[in-house]
Design a protein around this ligand. Structure first.
Ligand code: ADP
Length: 312
């Protein structure tokens, strides 16, 4: 069964007019963006600085007004039913802006109040637990670590139980250990049924987290595919062989084979996956009666795809 579409974007455009007296200028930050995010996905919007990621999130959160195009969330049109759209989405901003003298519990209660949620309907403790801050509920926000503050921002975005969560660069400036911690929180939420849309320029984050990825450059989507399919676009494979004696591969003219280095006991080569197989390579070592002690290979990662797509 086809999954339901939760976010549907059709020909979305945003032009910022910059009226400087010297040079009046327009910035076309989003150009005819089309996107359809399905229920339960973790969708990643990737792109270099200035690609239009924040503009996109800001349009959904109501901070920025779109120039043209259609945005619907659960079938609610942003132009017609902005309240319903806002009720369905939670947005975790990029910048940490928390009142340092409030406790997480107090901040969440205030946020719930802003959404008009009655005291008896609030889920403050559940939300604190979801982001693993149950023990910090009554500490000052300023005493929380960087990672905790990020999780508190996530908690704030969850008080009205949105079915879609937007995370704008969730781990920008967060160290590696805490990053993992945040990813776990996001994955848990997704397991509970929340559709997640995140922007990032950490490719590892996208690779680890996202089911599907859109790559945005200069306001246009230049790729939109499953993470798996994007990764399979990488055509070259790099392999390192540890061997028991030196080999001279130059005598063999194998299609697309390149020798990156060739030491006494180690040789590193690259080849095009569609032109050559690992078996054909291993055959050569067998022919030369050279024993392979170890093989390690590098299939490339999203970074290779990204560089390839965005370099033009
Ligand atoms: P990203 O989040 O991917 O870095 P942005 O959405 O912030 O990209 O920016 C997209 C483009 O729009 C950039 O060229 C940026 O300079 C421009 N831009 C963003 N916000 C404004 C604004 N308020 N006024 C004018 N130009 C803006």
């Amino acid at each position: 069964m086809d999954k339901k579409s939760v976010l549907y974007i059709k020909n979305l455009n945003k032009t910022y007019s910059i009226n400087s007296s010297k040079s009046p200028n327009n910035v076309h930050a989003l150009k005819n963006l089309n996107l359809d995010v399905k229920q339960g996905e973790i969708f990643g919007l990737l792109g270099p600085n200035g690609a239009g990621k924040s503009t996109f999130i800001n349009i959904l959160s109501g901070i920025t007004i779109k120039t043209s195009g259609k945005v619907t969330v659960w079938g609610f049109d942003l132009d017609v039913n902005p309240r319903q759209v806002r009720a369905s989405i939670g947005i975790v901003p990029q910048e940490v802006n928390l009142d340092p003298f409030f406790s997480p519990r107090k901040l969440l209660e205030l946020q719930a109040g802003m959404y008009g949620i009655k005291k008896k309907d609030r889920i403050t403790d559940t939300v604190l637990k979801l982001v693993s801050l149950e023990n910090e509920g009554d500490s000052y926000a300023r005493s929380l670590s960087g990672g905790m503050k990020r999780r508190l921002l996530m908690a704030k975005a969850l008080v009205h139980q949105p079915s879609i969560l937007f995370l704008d660069e969730p781990t920008a400036g967060v160290d590696i250990n805490l990053r993992k911690n945040l990813w776990d929180s996001v994955k848990l939420l997704n397991k509970l049924g929340v559709t997640v849309i995140l922007t990032t320029h950490y490719l590892e984050e996208a690779e680890q987290m996202c089911d599907r990825i859109g790559i945005l450059t200069k306001g246009s989507l230049v790729a939109l595919d499953s993470t798996q399919n994007l990764l399979s676009r990488i055509k070259t494979k790099k392999v390192i062989f540890k061997i028991d004696s030196p080999i001279n591969l130059k005598n063999y003219s194998l299609k697309s084979l390149k020798i990156i280095y060739n030491n006494k006991n180690e040789i590193c080569v690259s080849y095009e996956k569609n032109a050559l197989t690992m078996n054909e390579l291993i055959e050569i070592f067998n022919k030369e009666k050279i024993k392979i002690i170890d093989i390690s290979s590098d299939d490339g990662d999203l970074e290779d795809v990204f560089i390839n797509i965005t370099k033009n």
